[in-house]
Ligand binder design. Structure first.
Ligand SMILES: [Zn+2]
Length: 317
């Protein structure tokens, strides 16, 4: 081998290493962790719930979760799928539990705390608490997720909600990897309803790169705000889109070096003891909240493609 060949090999090796570092999977020295949380159970695409579609997509969504033993918390809207009988609704929640999911409380009718009085909101939480205990038995329900991540537009509301949750044995479930998966899911529902397979595929193809851009954005912001990558908490919805795409989504996280942990394990990390002092009308990622508490302004998140946004905002026929 000539000296120039050796030099070329070294150069190739060097540029490959730089590429791999740039990819991000190797740049992080500690293993990345993510807890998966799924909102709007039993079914996010309910308009109202079609039993066959709901059961089929719930099964599909739970398959990769069960197969890879991915810990998940599913947040239940008490009245969701109310057009089905009580037994059908109970069976749907049982499917989630049999799939290994822990159930959390996501209010009775998905109200927005920015728009309803706190007393009414608290009744909504209690109604779902009672419903869950009546339906699934004496299991502990310990996590609450506020719809739209709105948890108090005034300091007083925020404080009162937190003390209400503590009194009733609840913790608010944080989200770091906040995203607009529901925009893709709405566009996807339209494509399926209109029997447009090519459009559905185009949406599927755009979804994972978008979610990866969200992961990359909050990985970077976590380092900028807290000096390292905290275990992340992902929020996605129990939609037909995620039923189809979850295996690919999980694979994307694996390729970025993630392992899947429970919400409890993620929240045991010191990052989650950073104060969340945000008071306002926005539903923010906890990384933005921690940043604001440390005087670091919010940076704009990656956006979904305009064509997906447009598709989701037109009314469904
Ligand atoms: Zn929700």
């Amino acid at each position: 081998m000539k000296l120039s060949d050796v030099a070329l090999k070294v150069l190739k090796w060097f540029s490959l290493s730089v590429l791999m570092l740039a990819n991000g999977a190797l740049a992080q020295t500690t293993p990345r962790q993510v807890a998966i949380t799924i909102d709007d159970l039993p079914y996010a695409d309910a308009r109202p719930c079609n039993e066959h579609e709901t059961v089929a997509n719930t099964k599909k969504l739970l398959e990769p979760i069960r197969a890879a033993k991915v810990p998940v918390v599913g947040f239940v809207i008490g009245e969701r799928c109310g057009n089905l009988g009580p037994e059908e609704r109970r069976d749907l929640l049982k499917m989630w539990m049999d799939g290994g999911a822990e159930l959390g409380n996501h209010t009775w009718s998905h109200p927005d705390l920015n728009r309803v009085p706190l007393e009414e909101y608290e009744k909504e939480i209690l109604a779902t608490d009672e419903y869950l205990h009546h339906t699934i038995g004496p299991l502990k329900v310990r996590y609450f997720r506020p719809p739209y991540l709105h948890d108090g537009a005034t300091a007083e509301t925020k404080r009162l909600l937190q003390s209400f949750l503590t009194r009733h044995g609840y913790q608010e479930a944080p989200v770091t990897l906040d995203n607009n998966d529901w925009v893709f899911a709405t566009a996807y529902r339209r494509a399926i309803k209109e029997n447009d397979a090519a459009l559905a595929e185009r949406i599927e193809d755009a979804y994972i790169p978008y979610m990866e851009s969200i992961a990359a954005f909050f990985e970077r912001r976590s380092v900028e705000v807290l000096g390292r990558e905290c275990p992340q908490v992902l929020l996605i919805h129990a939609s037909r889109l995620n039923a189809k795409m979850l295996p690919t989504l999980l694979q994307m996280f694996r390729e970025r070096g993630y392992t899947f942990v429970s919400l409890e394990q993620a929240m045991n990390d010191k990052c989650y003891r950073t104060p969340d002092t945000y008071v306002g009308r926005k539903g923010l990622s906890w990384i933005h909240r921690w940043g604001l508490a440390r005087g670091k302004p919010i940076e704009p998140e990656p956006e979904e493609p305009v064509w997906v946004d447009k598709l989701s905002s037109q009314p469904l026929k």
